[in-house]
Design a protein around this ligand. Structure first.
Ligand SMILES: [Fe+2]
Length: 180
């Protein structure tokens, strides 16, 4: 039987209950790739008939993690940002997402100043998932009709997060729901 959303959620629950740290989240990432290899899932949740925008497919009442479908129509380049005290895994369903992971170095003499340097650049193609652990800063860049499934440790709208100015490295609080 094909690997479906129900099985994926059960596996996420088991993995994160056993190990809520980086290893448990890596298991979520691996299983997300398995879910995205199921064409029925991609068609049903990320196909032409899927509702546009961001849809919460599941929120775990005990562990708090969320599974979200990002059904994008317009292209977008996000600012570099973190996921607060949470983590996030992004799994590509259609088209692609160009990812940049950033290193941020704070000026010791003036903590208000900091420098952002791209540390890793790669493209997530359909069926591929990335993981962004505690405090990791990334930015995303995708074309029109790029769709992805995102799993987050908690509802990111409920926690403080930061986005960063690419040029100055300045941190700015981020509160609104964003596909990032
Ligand atoms: Fe993000």
């Amino acid at each position: 039987m094909a690997y479906d959303l129900e099985q994926f959620i059960a596996d996420c629950r088991a993995a994160l209950a056993r190990d809520p740290g980086p290893q448990g989240r890596e298991e979520v990432r691996v299983r997300l790739e398995r879910l995205l290899a199921n064409p029925d899932f991609v068609r049903d949740y990320c196909g032409d008939d899927a509702p546009k925008g961001v849809k919460i497919l599941y929120e775990d009442p005990q562990l708090g993690f969320q599974v979200l479908a990002h059904i994008n129509e317009q292209p977008r380049v996000s600012p570099p940002h973190d996921h607060g005290e949470s983590w996030a895994s992004y799994g590509q369903a259609t088209k692609y997402t160009d990812m940049i992971e950033w290193d941020r170095e704070v000026d010791r003499a003036d903590p208000k100043k900091s420098e952002l340097r791209p540390a890793k650049k790669y493209r997530l193609n359909p069926g591929e998932a990335g993981i962004y652990q505690d405090g990791k800063i990334h930015s995303i860049d995708y074309p029109a009709m790029a769709r992805f499934i995102r799993v987050t440790g908690v509802d990111l709208d409920r926690i403080p997060r930061l986005r960063f100015d690419r040029e100055t490295g300045e941190a700015v609080p981020m509160t609104s729901r964003q596909a990032s």
